[in-house]
Design a protein around this ligand. Structure first.
Ligand code: G1P
Length: 285
């Protein structure tokens, strides 16, 4: 069995849902309480045994590359001050190998992934979008990896969402109701009445090497973009198996202002630094 050791993050997008904050700051670097979103996601990967991260960035998103680069002067300063806690925080990804490739034009997440084909070859790999957060045990990444170990094929992470929100997502067609189900079809942003289930795609996937040929044949679709989900649709047409793993844990769409805010409240309380009473005190004012 081919082990998954790499995770790809398509982070070239402009983050328009989070404007004006994202005019100058990549949405993936906005902090959830005290830690940037992408830091939270990559830590989850690291804890699940991933040791290589591939970032697909763009001209405007170079700050993400800087964030994962070492910062010698700052490290020296913190060491001198014996501030080992902060030093450890900024050095925590030293064991991970980072590569980054640029997506010159924002032509969709499928197109973004294609830019890293030469770094992945025929290995299976994770794809994690930089705006959906789930907190649970096991983590979402661990759940995806377990599903891959069981099935040995591509996995789409899904989540039951309120029916009225289904048109904002890719939706999978499945026949049963267990956590791991074979997918018979995928529909990108369906009309509510056409949605094949209430299980939405939440930007967490395991891709096997069949995805490359599928994406090469995908062309453009929804919104004139080349999407990963179009690649999965082609794989299904060719009878290549894909399963849906329902991801458990608290979930936040941190790419929307409301989800971002709620994720902050959740993380603040999880940190133990802010109590429920303190939050209620603010609400009362
Ligand atoms: C993309 C995918 C969609 C998925 C969503 C999750 O859409 O195409 O299938 O449900 O991410 O965030 P986007 O939100 O980029 O339009």
């Amino acid at each position: 069995m081919k082990k998954i050791t790499k995770a790809l993050f398509p982070v070239a997008g402009m983050g328009t849902r989070m404007l004006p904050a994202t005019k100058a700051i990549p949405k993936e670097l906005l902090p959830i309480y005290n830690t940037p979103i992408i830091d939270v996601l990559i830590e989850e990967c690291m804890e699940a045994g991933i040791d290589e991260i591939i970032l697909v960035t763009s001209r405007e998103k170079y700050l993400i590359e800087n964030y994962f680069d070492s910062f010698h002067e700052l490290e020296k300063k913190l060491a001198k001050k014996r501030d080992f806690e902060r030093l450890a925080r900024i050095q925590k990804f030293k064991k991970i190998k980072f590569s980054s490739v640029r997506q010159g034009e924002q032509l969709g997440d499928g197109h973004a992934i294609m830019q890293a084909k030469h770094l992945l070859g025929d290995e299976p790999f994770l794809v994690i979008f930089g705006d959906d957060l789930t907190f649970g045990t096991p983590s979402s990444v661990a759940q995806l990896l377990q599903a891959y170990e069981k099935t040995q094929h591509s996995i789409i992470g899904v989540r039951q969402v309120p029916r009225e929100t289904l048109s904002s997502y890719g939706v999978v067609a499945i026949s049963g109701n267990s956590d791991l189900e074979a997918i018979s079809g995928v529909v990108e942003k369906p009309k509510i009445e056409d949605a094949p289930s209430d299980k939405a795609v939440i930007g967490k996937y395991v891709c096997t090497s069949e995805i490359w040929t599928a994406l090469e044949n995908a062309g453009t679709s929804h919104g004139g973009e080349m999407r990963l989900i179009d690649g999965f649709e082609i794989m299904l047409e060719k009878n290549q198996q894909i399963s849906a793993q329902t991801i458990s844990g608290e979930r936040f769409d941190a790419g929307s202002t409301k989800g971002y805010f709620l994720a902050n409240v959740f993380m603040a309380m999880k940190s133990g630094e802010v109590s429920k009473d303190e939050i209620l005190e603010v609400i009362k004012k």
